[in-house]
Design a protein around this ligand. Structure first.
Ligand code: TPP
Ligand code: MG
Length: 347
């Protein structure tokens, strides 16, 4: 699909335009996901949009290289798109359709794709973090050059599993990067009410990790910090990156954020990494407004196509209910018809 003008090979301005494109694609994708929900075409009721957080996904995602793996939290659409996720198959997964990445069985919060290094989104706060330590250990033992990256929210900064993982990564010098997307809230709880200290880089350093904290509105700064930490991780010094941003909307689709006042929301939404990058493109990088509009139009067309694809795609066949559910070396489950009959008390 045409994604608008490219300045590949044009150094910093090409990078800036690429980061802008990725962020615009993420935001437009999320807007279409919101529409899918309103049209009652999404599977399940829980959808967590990453609008306002695009700088983290685009900046870190661009600094990673092919073969690197990652896990995400429940708000991970943006990260997967930044790592090459196909919007059609992602949207189909969110709609519970057979053409989705997991045949419609994972949905928004459990999407995964080993081919692109996506080791899985996870609905349990902090749940995806230890998997990257395992991936990092395998890379180290197999002498592979990859890094595994855990993306999680500020809520996970209060979870013990993060600190067990940091300790093991530092102890064994694993090629791992921990990325906290700090959108200031865990559901309705502000970080000030959840965390005794917000100096989270100091926590990471105390375990022996390299650490940095950046403003997620400045996507080039996110990219630079992630690049440095990923280079260190590839050399056996695991890293921590905190990316500060603001969750523009409620926690999930039904949340109208009654716990935030209007002034705070307005100030938060001014911290917009996309608007900021557009300004920089026009000013510092002298990109014509028309060129930026072409990127926006290409993203709109691409995500409209994805939404239509997801809506029109067929549902999974009932017979596929148990495929990919059991480990390949496990005995095959009883035929689906028997199981359904048993559940209905017919046998
Ligand atoms: C271990 C665990 N505790 C509680 C929950 C319920 N829960 C779901 S999302 C969420 C907030 C997570 O906040 P954060 O990690 O900051 O991610 P964000 O939603 O802000 O992206 C909570 C408490 C959960 N899923 N898992
Ligand atoms: Mg949060």
């Amino acid at each position: 699909m045409d994604q608008g003008p490219s300045r590949a090979g044009q150094g910093r301005s090409g990078l800036a335009l690429d980061l802008y494109r990725t962020m615009r694609r993420i935001r437009t994708f999320e807007e279409r996901v919101a529409e899918l929900f309103v049209r009652q075409q999404s599977a399940g009721s829980m959808l967590h949009l990453s609008i306002g957080e695009e700088g983290a996904a685009a900046g870190v995602g661009r600094a990673m290289v092919e073969g690197d793996s990652f896990t995400t939290h429940h708000r991970g659409h943006g990260v997967f798109l930044a790592r090459g996720g196909d919007p059609n198959r992602m949207m189909a997964e969110i709609a519970g359709k057979a053409a989705g990445y997991c045949g419609g069985k994972g949905g928004s919060m459990h999407i995964a794709d080993m081919a692109l290094g996506h080791l899985g989104a996870n609905a349990i706060v902090g749940g995806g973090i230890p998997a990257v330590v395992g991936a990092g250990l395998s890379y180290r033992r197999l002498r592979r050059p990859q890094v595994s990256v855990a993306f999680f929210g500020d809520g996970a900064m209060q979870q013990g599993i993060l600190y067990e993982s940091m300790n093991m990564a530092a102890l064994w010098r694993l090629p791992v990067l921990f990325v906290c997307i700090n959108n200031q809230y865990g559901m309705g709880t502000h970080i000030d009410r959840a965390s005794a200290s917000a100096a989270w880089d100091e926590r990471a350093r105390s375990f022996g990790l390299a650490a940095a904290m950046v403003d997620g509105e400045d996507t080039l700064a996110v990219y630079d910090a992630a690049s440095a930490l990923l280079a260190g991780a590839r050399d056996g010094i695991p890293g921590y990156l905190g990316v500060s941003c603001y969750r523009f909307h409620g926690h999930a689709r039904m949340d109208k954020s009654p716990y935030r006042d209007a002034a705070e929301e307005e100030a938060g939404r001014r911290r917009d990494p996309i608007a900021r990058m557009a300004n920089r493109l026009r000013g510092e990088f002298e990109v014509a407004g028309a060129e930026i509009e072409m990127v926006d139009a290409a993203a709109a067309a691409e995500m409209d196509t994805a939404m239509t694809f997801a809506i029109q795609a067929p549902l999974p066949e009932p017979a596929a209910m148990f495929t990919d559910v059991f480990a390949p070396d496990q005995p095959a489950p009883r035929p689906v018809a028997d199981r359904i009959a048993a559940a209905l008390g017919e046998s």
